[in-house]
Design a protein around this ligand. Structure first.
Ligand code: C2O
Ligand code: CU
Ligand code: CU
Length: 430
């Protein structure tokens, strides 16, 4: 912390080796280490500054996914950091408590940079969340759960795409926080899991092996108004969910990913991972558990735009070949929005391939999925939403930050193979 109160973080992108499999050294990339990066944490109202150093052999960027911040600090493809260089973005945290994350965003190479290990969590706190009786001791009853699918070829990662899949890379096993066959020892009656789908293409439907209920307390951009009891939560790449699960003394359960719906039909579903089950994380409760308070009835106060304030609509047609028929062009601004105005964005998946839709700088409200009120897990703050084949979602968005006619933000499919192919567009806020 600097004298003026700015919280300073150092992040160095570097290459290394990690022994995922005993006796085998896998070449990796990481932030400040061999694989993944430190969990950054700041509170609403704080000034933050990150010194992003690049010690890789190629240029990259670091994007703050879910963060409300000026476009020039966003770490999109226009804020490249050359090898040997340092980039120092800074901003003031001005949004509710949330589980955000960071990852590279170099145009055309994001999949590769994330797969090699560049990703980490960025947690935000606020006064309201600090006062709630939720599990909140980091690493004890409040655990980051970064889920990635991987495939190994001997000691090396195998990042090849399956021939028949049109979604991109799909691994044959999963890791949590860079660990294969992970387990967590639980000493409290209730544990909070901050789930992040940091995989590049795989969609998960998380639940527990014994079918137990859990409470969904938060989505991409923060806490829900009320906790929702659930048995399954689907997360597409880039999405987060905070859940609280209750344990009995001495028992074990497994966070599992069950076959997700809406990944196509027949062979397409199979090759897109729609038949796959993974044991993601085992929870092992101690014989004695410290009591935890019940999850409170009321959680956050949603700060989301209202559809009734909308002054304009925009349409985004998704195809693997591009958005609204165009591939990403670094030199073209696709949309210009006016700061402070609420808009309705209609996002339509125009073919059968699964996609999702992520918007930089904001948390949006999901108004409709195919004309219906969205399910509970889509009623909170979202920055990324799954858009299955031939499905339409409607979003209420509003950009409140400073205007900057010269530096764009991105919107894109967060299946990183698709993003790299050009399923991305740029908008400026004026
Ligand atoms: Cu998580 Cu534009 O990305
Ligand atoms: Cu983002
Ligand atoms: Cu896509």
């Amino acid at each position: 912390v600097k004298p003026d109160g700015t919280r300073v973080f150092d992040l160095t992108m570097q290459s290394g080796h990690k022994e995922f499999i005993q006796g085998k050294k896998t070449p990796t990339w990481g932030f400040n280490g061999d694989y993944l990066g430190p969990t950054l944490r700041a509170a609403r109202g704080e000034k933050v500054e990150v010194k992003v150093a690049n010690r890789l052999g190629e240029a990259s960027t670091v994007h703050w996914h879910g963060m409300h911040l000026p476009a020039a600090m966003d770490g999109g493809p226009h804020q490249m950091v050359a090898p040997g260089q340092t980039w120092t973005p800074h901003w003031t945290v001005d949004q509710p408590a949330a589980s955000l994350w960071y990852h590279p965003h170099p145009h055309g190479r994001t999949e590769k940079h994330v797969q090699r290990g560049l990703a980490g969590m960025f947690l935000l706190d606020d006064e309201r969340s600090a006062g709630l009786a939720l599990p909140k001791t980091y690493g004890v009853d409040d655990l980051p759960v970064i889920v990635q699918d991987v495939r190994f070829d001997g000691a090396e990662f195998d990042h090849g795409h399956r021939l028949m899949s049109d979604t991109g890379f799909l691994g044959d096993r999963t890791m949590v926080n860079g660990t294969l066959d992970p387990y967590a020892e639980v000493r409290d009656e209730r544990v909070r899991l901050r789930l992040l789908n940091a995989s590049t293409a795989r969609v998960y439907a998380f639940g527990f092996s014994d079918g137990r209920e859990f409470s969904l307390i938060g989505t991409d951009g923060g806490l829900l108004e009320q906790a929702v009891p659930m048995e399954r939560i689907r997360l597409s790449p880039g999405e987060r969910a905070e859940i609280v699960v209750r344990m009995e003394p001495g028992e074990k359960t497994v966070l599992r990913s069950f076959p997700p719906r809406d990944l196509g039909e027949g062979w397409q579903k199979r090759f897109n991972g729609g038949d796959d089950t993974f044991d993601v994380l085992q929870l092992r409760a101690h014989r004695e558990l410290r009591p935890s308070p019940q999850v409170p009835d009321r959680l956050g106060g949603l700060e989301l735009p209202d559809a009734s304030d909308a002054v304009r609509g925009r349409f985004f047609g998704l195809r693997t070949s591009g958005i609204n028929g165009r591939k990403m062009d670094m030199a073209r601004i696709d949309e210009t929005v006016t700061r402070g105005e609420t808009e309705i964005w209609t996002v339509r998946n125009e073919h059968g391939t699964p996609h999702n839709f992520h918007v930089h700088d904001v948390q949006f409200r999901v108004l409709e999925v195919d004309g219906e009120r969205p399910p509970a897990e889509l009623r909170g703050a979202k920055d990324t939403v799954f858009v299955p084949g031939r499905t339409t979602v409607k979003l209420a968005v509003r950009f409140d930050g400073p205007s900057d006619p010269d530096v764009p933000y991105m919107y894109h499919c967060h299946l990183l193979y698709h993003e790299d192919l050009g399923m991305m567009g740029q908008f400026v806020v004026v």
